[in-house]
Ligand binder design. Sequence first.
Ligand code: KE4
Length: 433
Amino acid sequence: MSTNQQLFERAQRVIPGGVNSPVRAFRAVGGTPRFIQRAQGPYLWDAEGQRYIDYIGSWGPMILGHGHPAVLEAVQKAAMDGFSFGAPTEREVELAEAIIAQVPSIEQLRLVSSGTEAGMSAIRLARGATGRSKIVKFEGCYHGHADALLVKAGSGLATFGHPTSAGVPAEVVQHTLVLEYNNLEQIEAVFASQGREIACVMIEPIAGNMNFVRASVPFMTRIRELCTQHGALFVFDEVMTGFRVALGGAQSVYAKLIPGFKPDISVFGKVIGGGMPLAAFGASKDIMGLLAPLGPVYQAGTLSGNPVATACGLATLHEISKPGFYEALATKTRALVEGLTGVAQEAGVPFVGDSEGGMFGFFFAASSAHALPQNYGEVMATDQPRFNRFFHAMLAQGVYLAPALYEAAFVSAAHTAEDIAATVAAARNAFKA
Ligand code: KE4
């Protein structure tokens, strides 16, 4: 048995599914997950010493690549001064200032330890701010595993969502409405019938949990207008897109397309922690002033603003704020998607991809139609068996893509033109096969 298999057997004896997060178990694509021993730059090495070009980047955080010297030094130095104090530190103020400096829509933020915690807190804040209970989310968007957000689309529009997980009582999700992404009619109808009862609409502006689906400009514009008109808050889940698709996140991309566009509450994670447990949620001073100890909305955390995690995040933000960082990253990512599309076309494989900044996605179109899926149903109608065969053909050639049809993938600053060329060459072989 290979070391990965031995480790997987052993892991499954003491950890459910052998993993601490389900998607890592490769159940969507099949096969044995790779147990990673170390990483450097754009590469991962597994327990058998096999090297992979890494397009997961820990599901987004590793935008600089692994082991960036400046980040490593900052973390080592911070660790020498102490791991955690449970008291305020200057560095968490610096990190808050650095994030707020890049996101015009927020005046204050709270640091927490995971995207789930940030999303959960944002919902509670929106409900506290409006005194309303209903929330709207979209099918295919994932906002972490807080109970109120583990909901799948109800049978019809007006019916409330049903839990996607056991252990979530129907009462907890009775206020959560799940609509179709990019569906203008549904969002109009929900606000027309229940607008005054909606606390917030929460969205992934570019849905990376459906691989890669952009919210259309008319859709995004209309949600903003309806939230403003009905006194609901617009919550942007930028855990994946924040500091990944652009320095100002997806909201800066949409602000270029929709003059003056701003969400009301923003949720961040992944990149801002640079690979350490750190996330955040932010909004105007008025909205954030509702949080304890100032206001009635409670929120707390033992390791919130952890001194070592904030050092990692701050060093990461320092590097990605340098001039030209995103232009270079976007160019490289676009070149990868164009390269993959080119070799797919050569092989006559219906393949379509898209990217924004350092985030990309691709689909094996179900038919010859080369249109990008616009919602969850269209994503799930693409050719999943073909995706899974491609995933394994690439893994066998030392390219580690996202092990699920519905996940996005990521390029880091450490990926070289040679890595991109090697990836395209591996894809050419995979498509031929
Ligand atoms: P975490 O609690 O996993 O830090 O963040 C939850 C979350 C919130 N919002 C968005 C848009 C997210 O993508 C995530 C987490 N993303 C998944 C991958 N799609 C993390 C990987 C995993 O679950 O292991």
